[in-house]
Design a protein around this ligand. Structure first.
Ligand SMILES: Cc1cc2nc3c(=O)[nH]c(=O)nc-3n(C[C@H](O)[C@H](O)[C@H](O)COP(=O)(O)O)c2cc1C
Length: 361
């Protein structure tokens, strides 16, 4: 009998069983010992609710706004490269959320697949600045509504299984948005992810936010912030949003779990810009904890890839059904009921106590 899929972990088990090992290892990978990747998940288990009873939960409203645009519930899809490793349609099937430089479909293809979705474009800055400039301007022209600058990848983290497997993009897959941008970009070269070695610019600094600002009117969201100091710098450099993220533990091993870093970032920002979070979100209760601690919205990375691997692309490709898919498998609505019913606070190991108010969600 087919296995009943009742939570995101079931999709993880399915993906692990059926994806080619090299693709599974690439999706699952964390840097070095994978401590930060694993901590992202474990940290939620140390946070507990303070449940309250007898609230009227007959009505609920789980919509929220991201930089002024309404979304039906506060969960989006994080940028994760190389979707065609999981399903031939690649990013066209996951076009709710943030899309990326390292995509195996073009920006035009993705836009056409998800015309009504809120879409942000995720950027890595390349040494060849003309390439980045062209991508930013193309994304704006295609109607993307935000620019996400990923700040935590000056170099790629050491993901041991990828090294052991000699991970390369299969020859039929290309980094479509970068096609032709580099002289040496053949899939049979020695480069790690289909790009020539050293193509990302490790000299990027906060001043480059001003450079990006000169290229586009899109709101700039910075992804990969983990400290109050950087949160302050992000605000003072005029970004509109911060994604507290450690790249799913794929970059620096030994940094904090994102849910633990969220508190200091939220405190530093004091509502001046929106703060979001990704990393380790696997259940509705995780979403609720992140919202309770100050995130406006969360993003899921690997679970979207597991969904693709389950061949739900037809579901995911359709905006409403995609929302239903994520909502159902996060058990999200049930947790929204809990918010209202319990008007919960949450406590974490350091006794952080945050009263939740459904009206603020
Ligand atoms: C396979 C994979 C590829 C990723 N590629 C990118 C990328 O190209 N750009 C980026 O900013 N983040 C990338 N990320 C990081 C995600 O955006 C996100 O921060 C992380 O996956 C969230 O953690 P989670 O997988 O536990 O939900 C990638 C993550 C994975 C798992």
């Amino acid at each position: 009998m087919a296995m009943a899929m009742v939570c995101l972990s079931d999709f993880e088990a399915y993906a692990k069983k059926y994806l080619p090992k090299i693709a599974w290892d690439f999706f699952a990978a964390g840097a070095d010992d994978c401590s930060t990747r694993d901590e992202n998940i474990l940290a939620y288990k140390r946070i507990h609710f303070r449940p309250r009873m007898l609230r009227d939960v007959s009505m609920m409203d789980i919509r929220t706004k991201l930089l002024g645009t309404e979304i039906s519930f506060p969960v989006g899809i994080a940028p994760t490269g190389f979707h065609q490793l999981a399903w031939p349609d690649g990013e066209k099937s996951t076009a709710r959320g943030t899309l990326l430089t390292y995509s195996t479909c073009t920006l035009e293809e993705i836009s056409a697949a998800a015309p009504g979705s809120l879409r942000w474009f995720q950027l890595y800055i390349h040494r060849n600045r003309a390439v980045s400039q062209q991508l930013v301007q193309q994304a704006e022209a295609l109607g993307f509504q935000g620019l996400v600058l990923t700040a935590d990848l000056p170099y790629t983290g050491k993901r041991r299984d990828d090294v052991r497997n000699g991970f390369r993009l299969p020859p039929h897959m290309q980094l479509k948005n970068l096609e032709g941008a580099f002289e040496v970009c053949k899939m049979n070269d020695r480069s790690e992810y289909g790009l020539p070695p050293n193509s990302l610019d490790p000299s990027v600094t906060w001043n480059d936010i001003y450079w990006l600002r000169s290229l586009t009117h899109l709101p700039i969201i910075i992804k990969g912030i983990l400290t109050k100091e950087d949160a302050e710098l992000a605000v003072s450099h005029g970004v509109q949003g911060i994604i507290v993220s450690n790249h799913g533990g794929r970059q620096l091993d030994g940094g904090p779990a994102t849910i633990d870093a969220l508190v200091e970032v939220v405190e530093a920002v004091q509502g001046r810009v929106e703060v979001y979070l990704d990393g380790g979100i696997r259940k509705g209760s995780d979403v609720l904890k992140a919202l309770a601690l100050g995130a406006k919205c969360v993003f899921i990375g690997r679970p979207a890839l597991w969904g693709l691997a389950y061949k739900v692309s037809r579901l995911i490709g359709h905006k409403d059904e995609s929302d239903n898919f994520i909502c159902y498998h996060l058990n999200w609505k049930q947790y929204m009921v809990l918010i209202q019913q319990f008007h919960s606070g949450v406590t974490n190991s350091s006794e952080v106590h945050v009263e939740l108010d459904a009206a603020d969600v």
